[in-house]
Design a protein. Sequence first.
Length: 102
Amino acid sequence: MAITRNIKCPKCGIFNTDKEYCEHCNTLISHQKKIAIKTIAVKQEEIDKVIHKRENPNLAEKLKKHPNIFYKIIGWVLYSAIAIVSIIGAGLAWFIAMVAAG
Ligand SMILES: [Zn+2]
């Protein structure tokens, strides 16, 4: 770091030069470090979400992979139903947009 920065500790009021943590009470005082930690936390959260989604597929996905053919068919029907509903939904949204546009 080229620039020396004096950061006042918000907890005990002691000035620290180029420190991430207060020399006196060990409080995190570096703003950049705070952002870095927050960024890591956010990234971790995103990763956790993806892992959760992968480990917990929705019911249709689960049934599609079911060893029993009967459940498999239900899974596919459900999957198709969801797909159709989303297509209808998109079509309806388009229709409403067209009507609203006159
Ligand atoms: Zn301190």
